[in-house]
Ligand binder design. Structure first.
Ligand code: SF4
Length: 374
């Protein structure tokens, strides 16, 4: 249980207070790390948009009618994967984000397609794609919804890191009309169990909060402390994403008052205070375009995956910024933008956190020195 006084204290901090405190936290870092913001040059492979859940804010799910006429994907084709990989190599991407709806294999269409592709199950399909990516020195980061311990274990050696958003543990979201009313996979105990299992397996991990889906400021702070508690036990969480909900036509959730930039900046600052320099704070730059300076000044450390070749499948109308644009904004504010791997540096030399294959690929990339070192 988090001390309610701590929550009250954080809730009452002003943006000015937060800036001051996060500056003090950053000052504890070695000089060369203080003024750095990172990103990962990636591309997305959307495996299947069949999903067992129906989150009220989701545009990706196969059940949501797409007004731009895009069809649903039972399973991505081999031809599409080959084409994406060729493009990713051409654009010097290092990370492949593998995403899908949760448990697509429960749908008969997917099951049939898996059989046609000689895959025993969906995890085998993901592993086959990861192996293919590794052959081209592309580092997989898989985030395909809630998984069992054994499924995570099977995926570990093929992934540089993995992820699952905690989103929010507020049970109000499961009430009638709440965004998680029809999403059994979003039950907090399942998400927490998954994140802990990844910790037991020593998988470098990304999690985060989804803001503006019906949760309160207090809920957000409690969830950040929950992530901190998990981190204290397992030490595998490398970054926490502070992601804001964006309305899209066709979805059922349409809040009267969308979350404001100031609220997002505030929780990013509170996250920095809670995690100090132990876990990186990531902001998706395409969702806060025009306000990057506010986030840099509140102490965020990372802009996450940015793709030169694929869209943001969750927010398709929010294009990724140009790296040169972000670089300029960072410089104006006294920061350097630096490319990173999907596994953070602190885990690369810890053998228990990555397979030899992943390390070998990182070494090859480093020797060729073809990271866009901006
Ligand atoms: S679990 Fe993910 S893909 Fe499925 S409905 Fe929810 S947000 Fe969409």
């Amino acid at each position: 249980m988090v001390d309610s006084k701590k929550i009250e204290y954080l809730k009452n901090l002003t943006i000015k207070d937060l800036k001051q405190k996060t500056r003090e936290i950053k000052a504890q870092l070695p000089q060369e790390q203080r003024n750095v913001i990172t990103y990962s040059k990636n591309f997305t492979i959307s495996l299947s948009n069949y999903c067992q859940n129906q989150c009220g804010y989701c545009f990706y799910n196969y059940k949501v009618p797409k007004i731009n006429g895009e069809g649903n994907v039972v399973l991505i084709s081999n031809e599409e994967i080959v084409a994406l990989v060729q493009k990713a190599i051409q654009y010097n991407c290092k990370e492949a984000l593998l995403m899908s709806g949760e448990r697509p294999e429960i749908f008969q269409e997917v099951e049939v397609e898996l059989k046609n592709r000689d895959c025993d199950d969906f995890i085998q399909f993901v592993i086959d794609i990861c192996s293919y990516l590794l052959d081209f020195n592309l580092l997989p980061h898989t985030n395909i919804g809630e998984l069992t311990y054994d499924e995570l274990k099977r995926l570990k050696k093929y992934n540089a890191s993995m992820g699952l958003m905690l989103e929010s543990t507020s049970m109000r979201l499961f009430d009638k009309g709440g965004v998680h009313e029809f999403s059994p996979g979003k039950l907090p105990e399942k998400r927490i169990r998954h994140i802990k299992d990844a910790g037991k397996l020593k998988i470098p991990f990304t999690t985060g909060l989804l803001l503006g889906i019906g949760e309160s400021l207090e809920d957000r702070i409690k969830d950040l402390y929950l992530i901190k508690t998990i981190q204290e036990e397992y030490g595998h969480i490398q970054e926490v994403i502070i992601q804001n909900f964006i309305y899209k036509e066709g979805i059922s959730y349409h809040p009267k008052k969308p979350i404001s930039i100031e609220e997002i900046v505030k929780i990013a600052g509170i996250a920095k205070i809670i995690f100090e320099n132990e876990i990186h704070i990531q902001i998706p730059p395409n969702l806060i375009a025009g306000y990057e300076k506010d986030f840099i000044n509140i102490g965020i450390d990372d802009f996450g995956g940015i793709s030169p070749i694929t869209k943001d499948f969750i927010n398709p109308k929010k294009p990724w910024p140009q790296i040169t644009y972000l670089k300029k904004i960072c410089e104006i504010n006294g920061y350097t933008l630096k490319e990173r791997f999907p596994i953070y540096d602190k885990f690369i030399n810890k053998t228990e956190f990555r397979s030899n294959k992943i390390k070998k690929i990182i070494d090859i990339i480093n020797i060729n020195d073809n990271r866009t070192d901006i």
